[in-house]
Structures are given as structure tokens and as C-alpha cells.
Ligand binder design. Structure first.
Ligand SMILES: Nc1ncnc2c1ncn2[C@@H]1O[C@H](COP(=O)(O)OP(=O)(O)OP(=O)(O)O)[C@@H](O)[C@H]1O
Ligand SMILES: [Mg+2]
Length: 238
């Protein structure tokens, strides 16, 4: 479903990605783990078109999106939930969700479809129900993360890119969010999950890639990585 081939992305003269290659099949949850500054966010931003690589190519669902703009990429069915759960805090819950529906992929829009999508979001996130008119900025951190994911789902993505969905959340809430991520995946959405919490990532994803200073240094089945000495020392604190 998504393939990166030798992707190089720079900030000015700084090479943040030094030839990243990854392959993700339809229906998978794949994790991308790595330390602070490894290039995880840069990888997601490059996939979703917020950054343009200087080398390499990115193929999504059979289409070369290496130089496509972010709007077109969302319309093709690839949706990005950014780091730091960026919801529009001065807009209501409903307005945030409606913004997500704006770039719906596929054919047909109409009220019926939008209502179906809203129903789906509220059934995944019952915490948001009844709070449609509340300003997003007044939600708790966990609720804002749920709203950010809900907003991304409104575009009916085939694939979801999640940037550190656990960040800043209490352990109980993290559990909830990850249970819902698995539910979204079971309903058919492919997921690329960026996480600094390697334990959580490897227990959620079937496969993972390990990024170090802009390079993939390891990849494999999560179970194998969980028992890999290098991973245990560097990422699992063992
Ligand atoms: N806008 C920018 N301008 C210049 N350098 C940047 C910019 N954004 C990121 N970088 C640099 O690129 C590298 C990769 O950063 P990136 O944010 O992708 O890392 P990350 O793995 O997401 O880290 P974190 O776990 O802290 O979120 C870092 O060295 C960072 O300092
Ligand atoms: Mg990051």
C-alpha cells in the first residue's frame, strides 16, 4: 500500500532522512520507532507531502506521490494525525470534525455520508458525544488526541499516519487510545504508527522499523524485535 524507496529529506543543508526505505502492506499496523531527533516526524511529513524529498520516491496505492501536495494526498486516502494532537482549539468539536470531512476521498459526499462518518467517529469515541459544541481547546489531552484521530477518520482514509499518539497522556488514556487504533485497523484502515514508547509500539504493531539519525537500522516482526538485544538495550531500557 505504501512504499518508500531511498527517501532523502533535508532542512536546508541538514540531511534529516538519509535514504529511508519502507514497505507497508494493506491491512497492517507497522511501527516506526527511534530516539528523539531520529527523523520519525520528518518521515511522516515527507509521506504526507508537508515536506518534499530531494531524492527517492514514495508510492501510495500504486500512485507516485513523491511530489504531490498534501491536499491531493489526503484526497487519495492517506491521512496524517500530527504530533502534539493539533486540533483547532478555538473551534468546536463539530467544526474540527467537519474540517476533516472536507477532504474526503472517494466518490459522493452529501449529508448522508457525512452523518455516517460522524456516527462512526462518535461510536469509536463516545467521550466526544454530546460535546459537539464544546471548544476543542477545553477538552482534556486524551480527548483532544481522540478528536485529532476522529478528524483524520472523517476523510475516510485507506491509511492513517499517527505521530506519537501516546505523547503526554496518562497510562489509562494511552490504553484507550491504542485499543481504538487497533479497532480502526481491524475495520480495514492500514496504520503507520510513530512512537517513542517502543514497548507500546511493538506490542501494537505486527512489524516495525527502527530509525537512527535518518537511517533505518533494523526492521522485522515486532516479536523478533522485542527479543533483539540491540533493541532491548537501546529502546526497551533492559
Ligand atoms: N524545521 C526544521 N528545521 C531544521 N531542522 C529540523 C526541523 N525539524 C526537524 N529538524 C531536525 O531533523 C531531525 C529529525 O527531526 P524529527 O522531528 O523528524 O525527529 P523525531 O524522530 O520526530 O524526534 P522526536 O522524537 O523528538 O519527535 C532532527 O535533527 C531535528 O533537529
Ligand atoms: Mg517527532
Amino acid at each position: 500500500m505504501l512504499s518508500l524507496k531511498n527517501v532523502v529529506t533535508c532542512y536546508g543543508s541538514i540531511k534529516a532522512l538519509k535514504g529511508v526505505s519502507m514497505d507497508i502492506a494493506q491491512g497492517e499496523i507497522v511501527a516506526l520507532i527511534g530516539a528523539n531527533g531520529a527523523g520519525k516526524t520528518t518521515t511522516l511529513k515527507t509521506i504526507s507531502g508537508l515536506l518534499t524529498p530531494s531524492e527517492g520516491e514514495i508510492i501510495f496505492d500504486g500512485v507516485d506521490i513523491t511530489r504531490s501536495n498534501p491536499e491531493d494526498i489526503v484526497k487519495m486516502g492517506l491521512s496524517h494525525v500530527p504530533e502534539g494532537r493539533r486540533v483547532f482549539s478555538r473551534m468546536t468539536v463539530m467544526e474540527n470534525l467537519e474540517l476533516g470531512a472536507y477532504s474526503r476521498s472517494g466518490t459522493g459526499s452529501g449529508r448522508k455520508q457525512a452523518q455516517d462518518d460522524l456516527d462512526q467517529v462518535f461510536s469509536l469515541f463516545p467521550q466526544l458525544k454530546g460535546r459537539e459544541k464544546q471548544l476543542a481547546g477545553t477538552l482534556s489531552g486524551g480527548e483532544q488526541q481522540m478528536l485529532a484521530i476522529g478528524r483524520a477518520l472523517m476523510s475516510r482514509p485507506k491509511m492513517l499516519l499517527l505521530d506519537e499518539p501516546s505523547m503526554g497522556l496518562a497510562p489509562m488514556i494511552v490504553k484507550d487510545v491504542f485499543r481504538i487504533i487497533q479497532e480502526i485497523n481491524r475495520a480495514g484502515t492500514t496504520v503507520l504508527l510513530v512512537e517513542q514508547n517502543a514497548h507500546l509500539a511493538l506490542n501494537t504493531a505486527s512489524r516495525a522499523y527502527v530509525l537512527e539519525t535518518g537511517k533505518i537500522v533494523l526492521h522485522g516482526e515486532s516479536a523478533d524485535l522485542l527479543s533483539n538485544d540491540q533493541v532491548r538495550k537501546a529502546y526497551l531500557g533492559e
